[in-house]
Ligand binder design. Structure first.
Ligand SMILES: C[S@@+](CC[C@H](N)C(=O)[O-])C[C@H]1O[C@@H](n2cnc3c(N)ncnc32)[C@H](O)[C@@H]1O
Length: 391
C-alpha cells in the first residue's frame, strides 16, 4: 500500500516536471470563512462571469479573499485589496504568498510563554471579561507578541489569519458587535449547537491549520495584496483586464469596523486609538466612503471614474441596499454596458444584506458597444424573474 502511494507520488512529481501545466491549482480549497457579505457560497456563480482570456484581475473589496482565491485558482495575476488590515493579512497569506506555511510545531511554538514587554497587554486590558476570560485574553497578548517576532512576513500574516479566524469561531455569531460572548459561551444549550464557543484558542487554531496550509499554492503569477481605500489604489495599478467590486451594502449592516473591530485591533495592536462603547471598538475608525449614505453616491461615482480604463467590471450588489440597484445601473451606464444577473438567497447568512428572500445582484459591465443607452428598469426585476437584462 505504502509502495503504491509512493509510486503514485513519484509518478505525479514526474508528470509535474514534464508537464508543469498539469499542476492544477484547483486542487487547493479555500477555507470556509465566516464574514458578513462573504461571497464564498456564490464564488462559482461569480467566477462564471470572469471574462475569458483575462490575465490580470483586481478584487477591490477583497474581504475574506474568497473571490481573489478564485482568481488565483484560475491562473490570473491577482491584485487584491481591503480597507481592513486583518483582511489584508488573509490576502498576504493566501493570495500573495506562494509557498510559506506553518508547521504544527511552529504554530505550537507561538503559544509558548515569552518575555513580552509590560505594555503589551491590549487584549487583557480591553477584552478580558467581555469576549474572553482573563486567561484567554492574556494568552492572546502573549501569542500576538510571538507573532510580532516572526521574521517571515508571510508566516506572520498566516499566523494572524489563523488566530483571527479562531477568535471568530470562539465568539457567538462570529462577530464582535455584541456583548453576549461569555454569557453564551457558558450556556449549555448554545454549546450543544456550537461547541467552539468553549474550546481553547490553541485547539481551534490547530484544527484550522491543515486547511489553511492546504490553501497555499503558487499559480506562477506575481499576485499582490494591498490594504487601503480602493479609490486610492486604482490610480496606482494598470493593465487590469477586469475588476470585481463587492462594496459594503450601504444601509444593510455595512459597518465592518463595528462587527470586526477585534481582529482589526489584534492585527494592528493599536497604540493610538481609544476603545469606546460597550464592545470596546477602536476609535476613530478608518474612513471607508462606502458605508454611509452621505458618502456613497460620490464614492461610487469616483470608483467608476477611476476604473474607466478597466475593460470589464463585475459588481456584487444586493437589492436591499442604498442606492437602489436601478440607480446604480444608471450610474454605471455612463461608462459601460450593463447586464444584471440576479440570484436569490434561499437561506439567511447573517446580516440584513443576506436574509432569505433577498437577492444578490451581479452587474456585469462591459465596454460600450452603443452610443446612447436607454435605461428602463423593468417590473420583472422587482418581481424576481429577471436575469441577464442588458441596459
Ligand atoms: C461585502 S465585503 C467583501 C466580501 C468579499 N467579497 C468576500 O467574499 O469575503 C466588503 C468589504 O469592503 C471593505 N471596504 C470598505 N470600504 C472600503 C474601501 N474604501 N476600500 C476597500 N475596501 C473597503 C470592507 O472592509 C469589507 O471587507
Amino acid at each position: 500500500m505504502l509502495l503504491d502511494n509512493n509510486y503514485q507520488l513519484l509518478e505525479k512529481q514526474r508528470q509535474n516536471e514534464l508537464f508543469p501545466e498539469l499542476v492544477l491549482p484547483q486542487e487547493h480549497r479555500f477555507p470556509k470563512p465566516q464574514y458578513l457579505g462573504a461571497k464564498y457560497v456564490l464564488k462559482d456563480w461569480i467566477a462564471g462571469f470572469f471574462p475569458a482570456n483575462a490575465k490580470k484581475a483586481l478584487d477591490g473589496f477583497g474581504g475574506t479573499q474568497s473571490i481573489s482565491f478564485m482568481m488565483k485558482q484560475r491562473g490570473l495575476q491577482t491584485i487584491t485589496n481591503d480597507l481592513l488590515a486583518f483582511n489584508h493579512q488573509i490576502g498576504l497569506s493566501l493570495i500573495e504568498n506562494k509557498e510559506y506555511q506553518l508547521s504544527q510545531s511552529e504554530l505550537m511554538a507561538l503559544f509558548e510563554t515569552n518575555n513580552k514587554p509590560s505594555d503589551w497587554s491590549l487584549v487583557a486590558q480591553n477584552f478580558s471579561g467581555l469576549f474572553f476570560d482573563e486567561a484567554t485574553a492574556k494568552l492572546l497578548d502573549n501569542l500576538r507578541w510571538n507573532i510580532e517576532n516572526l521574521s517571515n512576513p508571510y508566516q506572520k500574516a498566516f499566523a494572524l489569519t489563523i488566530i483571527n479566524r479562531a477568535m471568530m469561531r470562539k465568539t457567538t455569531m462570529g462577530h464582535f458587535a455584541h456583548t453576549r460572548a461569555l454569557v453564551y459561551a457558558a450556556d449549555p444549550e448554545r454549546l450543544k449547537r456550537n461547541r467552539s464557543l468553549a474550546r481553547p484558542i490553541k485547539e481551534l487554531a490547530l484544527e484550522l491549520l491543515p486547511e489553511y496550509n492546504a490553501a497555499i499554492f503558487d499559480n506562477k503569477q506575481e499576485n499582490q495584496s494591498f490594504c487601503g481605500d480602493v479609490l486610492e489604489l486604482l490610480p496606482q495599478i494598470s493593465n487590469i483586464d477586469f475588476a470585481y467590486f463587492d462594496p459594503p451594502y450601504c444601509d444593510s449592516h455595512s459597518d465592518y469596523q463595528s462587527f470586526y473591530h477585534l481582529p482589526e485591533t489584534y492585527t494592528e495592536y493599536w497604540r493610538d486609538k481609544q476603545f469606546i462603547n460597550q464592545t470596546k471598538r477602536y476609535d476613530p475608525p478608518r474612513y471607508s466612503g462606502f458605508d454611509k449614505k452621505r458618502d456613497i453616491l460620490s464614492s461610487f461615482e469616483e470608483l467608476f471614474r477611476r476604473s474607466e480604463n478597466i475593460p470589464v467590471w463585475l459588481i456584487s450588489y444586493n437589492d436591499r441596499s442604498y442606492p437602489k440597484a436601478e440607480e446604480l445601473a444608471r450610474m454605471i451606464a455612463k461608462y459601460k454596458d450593463v447586464t444584471i444577473e440576479a440570484k436569490e438567497y434561499s437561506e439567511g447568512r447573517g446580516g440584513k444584506g443576506s436574509v432569505a428572500g433577498s437577492r444578490e445582484v451581479l452587474f456585469v459591465c462591459k465596454p460600450k458597444t452603443q452610443v446612447s443607452v436607454a435605461i428602463a428598469w423593468s417590473k420583472e426585476m422587482a418581481s424576481g424573474i429577471i436575469t441577464g437584462r442588458v441596459f
